[in-house]
Design a protein. Structure first.
Length: 323
């Protein structure tokens, strides 16, 4: 297992690892049902430190294993039969905002625990990280976890070229490919309204099972496929217009929110295109700024009550932090 191929090498505790957050450009929700998605890893990260301990704890809390389903799921799937550890987690990713804070925590922790148990290749890390997140959340696609494990821009069930890996659940499989980063700056604004990914995923699943659902899913698929090729060739006007089309579909399946719509309205004069990003029903929007109007866009979003961040894609996925 060479480190050049992106594998996580074997090390002994204490081990530190980090993983980036993520931002979904096209196809959230539809990806759960097998349609394509495009996402990228963002320059906000979570870092975990894992060390031997008399008691298993997360951030000094010995009850965390009962309270935090992601922590419990990681220990059950990646650390069974091993001695207690204490984990410290420090994150710059806002929680429940659609920026992948749980996927980053799970990917960083899984990389560290897998390193301590002999190392792991990246496709297996992607599958294990998905299994752990799914174990905690009960529903969902491998979009978030594969993006934070891979880094850069990633297409799930779309794009062209050699697959990085295929992720399997009991019902479905998703193939993950790399997409070239067009090198743009993006702006995310958090509405301040936290939401449950699992609840939103279940509500959309019910909507897609109603009459007209399959046709809607087909529309999601078309927009994401076109969006993936438009990003790949750096076609900014096309990407901007597809962001709007994807937002219409997300509105139609019921995951927009008045606060998100207010942020989208506020973005209009300084963004080429915008949509909600992540599970919706709260959470954040993603906007593609008019070049040169990034600061104005941030100002508009803040004035409309959002918490804006300029985000840049990062190439590096989950990795060990070695000093
Ligand atoms: O948890 P979030 O906000 O990052 O949303 C995840 C994206 C969904 O497509 C809604 C769910 C999934 O697992 O893909």
């Amino acid at each position: 297992m060479s480190e050049e191929s992106g594998a996580i090498p074997p090390r002994t505790l204490p081990i530190s690892a980090r993983a980036p957050g993520k931002c979904i450009v096209f196809g959230e929700h539809a990806v759960v049902h097998g349609a394509p998605e495009l996402a990228f890893a963002v320059d906000l990260a979570t870092q975990v430190f894992v060390s031997p301990s008399g008691t298993t704890m997360l951030n000094s809390d010995p009850e965390a294993i009962h309270r935090n389903s992601y922590f419990r799921s990681a220990l059950e799937l990646a650390w069974i039969g091993h001695p207690p550890v204490q984990v410290r987690s420090v994150s710059r990713i806002p929680k429940a905002a659609g920026l992948g804070s749980s996927a980053a925590f799970v990917a960083g922790l899984t990389a560290a625990l897998s390193s301590a148990t002999g190392g792991i290749d990246r496709p297996t890390l992607a599958q294990r990280t998905f299994d752990i997140e799914r174990g905690a959340q009960g529903v969902g696609s491998p979009g978030d976890t594969s993006t934070v494990v891979a880094g850069g821009f990633v297409a799930i069930n779309g794009g062209s070229g050699d697959p990085l890996w295929t992720i399997r659940s009991s019902e479905r499989e998703w193939t993950v490919r790399r997409v070239d980063d067009p090198g743009w700056v993006w702006v995310v604004a958090y509405s301040g309204i936290p939401r449950s990914t699992a609840d939103a995923v279940k509500a959309v699943g019910a909507r897609l099972a109603e009459p007209g659902g399959p046709a809607l899913l087909e529309e999601f698929r078309r927009v994401a496929d076109e969006g993936i090729s438009a990003v790949g060739r750096g076609d900014r006007p096309r990407v901007a217009s597809l962001l709007g089309k994807n937002q219409e579909l997300l509105r139609e399946v019921g995951v927009s929110h008045p606060r998100l719509e207010a942020l989208l309205d506020a973005a209009a004069g300084a963004a080429e295109g915008a949509k909600l990003t992540g599970a919706g029903a709260g959470g954040s929007i993603l906007a593609l700024p008019v070049p040169g109007k990034e600061t104005e866009l941030v100002r508009r979003l803040a004035r409309a009550g959002g918490l804006p961040f300029v985000v840049r894609p990062v190439a590096m996925g989950a990795s060990l932090v070695e000093g």
